[in-house]
Design a protein around this ligand. Structure first.
Ligand code: ZN
Ligand code: ZN
Length: 352
């Protein structure tokens, strides 16, 4: 974690800040290693302060290295404020208006709070080797859990039962879920964020199965769409279109490529098949400690891909009241393209 504080120090110097106050717990974890529910980090030139309360003194001692650990009792914001000087960057995308005004009341003379959201998020985009290994491991666990779930079949089961089976397999493998699993059958598949319900899966349906496992705080994310028997000509055609769109986007991924251009590669294929208006979300997103982080692959994303970023590639077509298809891989951007972490086959697979 030590190098991460140094990288943050360089960024805040660039932005002419004297201190950066980090309060978002995922960002605090990224910088310091702390996994508890109350902590903050203050970074500055040669300054590395981690603050928590008495419940976490021991945990901080075990988890945090390279930061001076301080246990605050009583006035939390006051204890933070007295350690801030000059121009202080704060995470305006995470701090509530109320907390900011309380903090400002406690700041000393000449101390100024400056909005500096997305600062640590920017550092989090490019993963180090250990992070990449953990994400790959999480992805492998999720794929194994999908395979185990498929062996028990879909027919006659509720969406909820299939989602629960997946979760049980992930937990048996030592992970947790990186988000609520989506199992959406037939017309439910047309809602990109459908919640698995009591609907019983019938034959001849397409089932969107969007799932991820979490290991050591790191998420995986993947989607496959399965068929319980022939989904009909339209279903097959939509599936092939989504697969071709994904292939086109995967081939475009490399360092220096813009998020909007990679998105455009998939969107062009889907537009060409007459389904432009049925692909209502972005192509993909970064994945790490958060299930959705930078960079974004979407219609107007200015993000430029870099080596060792981890992104999803997940085109979809959603026909309201009828069916949905989404195919999502998790990939690492490499110097000459990508490494695909998703191992599940992508030709249309039939499940009983
Ligand atoms: Zn997903
Ligand atoms: Zn996703």
């Amino acid at each position: 974690m030590r190098g991460r504080g140094d990288r943050l120090e360089a960024v805040i110097a660039d932005r002419e800040l004297d201190r950066m106050l980090v309060t978002d717990l995922i960002n605090v974890r990224y910088l310091t290693g702390f996994t508890g529910t109350n902590g903050a980090a203050i970074c500055g030139p040669g300054i590395r302060i981690f603050l928590t309360d008495f419940r976490y003194t021991e945990r901080a001692a075990a988890e945090v290295s390279g930061w001076d650990c301080v246990t605050l009792s009583g006035d939390w914001l006051g204890g933070i404020a007295e350690r801030l000087t000059g121009r202080v960057g704060f995470e305006d995308d995470h701090v509530s208006v109320r907390t900011l005004s309380k903090l400002q009341e406690k700041l000393g003379e000449g101390v100024e709070a400056v909005p500096a959201g997305e600062t640590v998020e920017g550092l989090r985009r490019v993963k180090d080797d250990e992070e990449l290994a953990t994400i790959a491991e999480a992805s492998k666990l999720a794929d194994a859990a999908v395979k185990a779930t498929l062996e028990d079949g879909f027919l006659g089961k509720t969406e909820r039962a299939v989602a629960a089976a997946f979760e049980a397999h992930v937990r048996a493998g030592g992970g947790t879920l990186s988000f609520d699993t989506i199992v959406a059958a037939g017309p439910n598949g047309a809602q990109p964020h459908a919640e698995p319900g009591a609907r019983v899966i019938e034959s001849g349906e397409l089932i969107v199965f969007d799932m991820g496992a979490k290991l050591d705080g790191y998420c995986s994310d993947g989607t496959r769409t399965y068929a319980t028997g022939d989904p009909g000509e339209e279903g097959r055609r939509v599936y092939e279109t989504v697969l071709a769109a994904q292939q086109a986007a995967l081939e475009a991924i490399r360092p220096g490529e813009k998020g909007e251009d990679v998105d455009g590669m998939a969107r062009r294929v889907i537009d060409g098949a007459g389904h432009g208006e049925h692909f209502g979300h972005g192509l993909g997103h970064g994945v790490g400690l958060d299930i959705h982080e930078g960079p974004r692959l979407s219609l107007r994303s200015p993000d430029v891909l870099a080596t060792n970023e981890v992104v999803t590639v997940e085109p979809g077509i959603y026909l309201a009241g009828d069916l949905g298809v989404r195919i999502e891989d998790l990939v690492v951007v490499t110097d000459d393209g990508l490494r695909n972490l998703s191992s599940l086959p992508k030709e249309l697979t039939y499940v009983d």
